[in-house]
Design a protein around this ligand. Structure first.
Ligand code: GLU
Length: 472
């Protein structure tokens, strides 16, 4: 049995789009599932539109997602010799020909065809003409003139194309550069790709590529064309809908495992299971369960998946990924408690690492103002005594006892002494320490903020209440 070999073949003309990332993921999973190899090929022959920044963005995105490739990156611009050798071979064998039709002729032809309402296509004028290689020319592939070419697609089933609707397409431009359909064919054949998985915008190209491969004497690979990804309004997913680049998702605080998990479900399903580890994806993925219809990108669902991983992932690893988000807010995480404890405490309240960082600033920095509603409700004169008692009790606590369990006990005790419900003590204390009425449990909150800061902030709250009393 031949070893499965798949490839991801992006053109480096922009960032790594989530659609591209999903194509890469499906190709990766298919290779891993079958014990095969996954290859990265950079299709950079469009010299005007390809940029090194885009190559870097693709490589960075692949690394961040953990989609490690076994071979490559191969660059098409380094393989021109091979493309020219194949073009010359096709010319020698009469499977391709030189065409010197001037632009004016092609334009007229096109106008005539449009007027007659037929699909514009080259009419084979230069076939068999033996154009002098020294004349300006392009090279065209001699597409079969009749019959059908059937794409036997693993997602779409059998899709027939009439050969008489396919052009004698240009495989080498007049400037000598090879074109997309030729370079892909040469690379897929010479890199021994067994399974091409790509977007269904390439379906028409596939018919052409099969014809070239067969003419050249190669067995075409198997194909699977993935349906498009749409925005919620039904148009093709683009920046208008929100983040679309893999790196933008990273910067917004999504975890790579969450993005992969979301992407695997976009157009593929396994019963109604939503959460898949990468190993499960590899074990369960199959092309037969890919949807035929386009799927729409649901940002809320991605946020839900991300929150799942924030809550259930390894807190130490998430802490490591959280660190730069705190850095962005001007916070040095080493000045605070162990970061994994912050993750564990805050993950239920955050959908992204960025949010997690934002709601955790109180641990590191004094807040400017109290949340007005929280202060109005909880920092009232009746809160003065509970806060004073808490301050006294906490001040007595030795640093080694500054642990959630002990802290909890102190709050309980003050509530019992004053014959108050625990909330009547904990809520003023929370607003005093956090600046607002939402935070993890009061014990964990006090533990994370630390003794010195807690005492200072209780004093500040007492001053606030005092000022309020004076005004009344
Ligand atoms: N380079 C092509 C693109 O980015 C993909 C080619 C392929 O997968 O065959 O659309």
């Amino acid at each position: 049995m031949t070893t499965v070999r798949t490839r991801f073949a992006p053109s480096p003309t922009g960032f790594l789009h989530v659609g591209g990332a999903r194509t890469a993921l499906f190709s990766y999973l298919f290779a891993r599932k079958h014990g095969g190899q996954f290859i990265l090929r950079i299709e950079d022959t469009d010299l005007e539109r390809s940029t090194p920044e885009s190559v870097n963005a693709i490589l960075e995105g692949m690394t961040w997602l953990g989609l490690d490739y076994d071979e490559g990156p191969f660059y098409q611009t380094q393989r021109f010799d091979r493309y020219h050798a194949v073009i010359d071979e096709l010319l020698d064998k009469g499977l391709a020909y030189r065409c010197s039709c001037p632009k004016e002729r092609l334009e007229k032809l096109r106008e005539r065809q449009m007027a007659a309402k037929v699909k514009p296509r080259y009419d084979g004028h230069c076939r068999g003409k033996n154009i002098d290689p020294n004349e300006p020319h392009v090279v065209r592939f001699s597409n079969p003139v009749e019959g059908l070419v059937v794409v036997d697609d693993r997602v779409r089933g059998k899709v027939p194309f009439n050969n008489n609707e396919l052009d004698d397409l240009i495989i080498r431009r007049s400037d000598g550069s090879p074109t997309y359909n030729l370079t892909v064919v040469v690379d897929d054949a010479e890199m021994n790709i067994t399974d091409v998985i790509r977007g269904d915008d390439h379906l028409g190209n596939t018919a052409r590529q099969i014809n070239i491969l067969r003419a050249w004497g190669k067995e075409p690979p198997r194909y699977a064309h993935l349906p498009m990804i749409l925005g919620e309004d039904g148009s093709r997913l683009s920046k208008r809908h929100g983040a679309v680049s893999v790196i933008a998702f990273r910067d917004q605080g999504y975890l790579p495992e969450a993005l992969l998990n979301y992407l695997v479900r976009l157009g593929w399903s396994h019963g109604d299971q939503e959460i898949f580890s990468i190993d499960e994806m590899i074990a369960l993925f199959d092309l037969g369960s890919v949807n035929k219809a386009a799927s729409s990108f649901d940002y809320d669902k991605l946020a839900w998946v991300n929150q799942h991983y924030l809550q259930h992932g390894d807190a130490k690893r998430i802490a490591h990924l959280l660190s730069p988000h705190l850095g962005h807010l001007g916070i040095d995480p080493s000045t605070g408690p162990e970061l994994a404890a912050v993750v564990e405490a805050q993950a239920p309240r955050a959908k992204t690492l960025r949010e997690l960082a934002e709601i955790s600033t109180f641990i590191y920095q004094d807040f400017d103002d109290y949340d007005a509603a929280a202060a109005k409700k909880h920092l009232r004169p009746v809160a003065r005594e509970p806060l004073e008692r808490m301050r006294a009790a906490l001040e007595m606590l030795a640093l080694e006892d500054w642990q959630p369990e002990m802290l909890h006990h102190q709050v309980d005790q003050v509530a019992a002494e004053l014959d108050l419900a625990m909330g009547k003590v904990a809520q003023p204390l929370r607003v005093a320490v956090v600046g607002r009425a939402a935070s993890p449990g009061i014990d964990v909150t006090l533990h994370l903020v630390g003794k010195e800061t807690v005492l200072r902030r209780i004093d500040r709250a007492l001053d606030f209440i005092h000022a309020r009393e004076a005004q009344a």
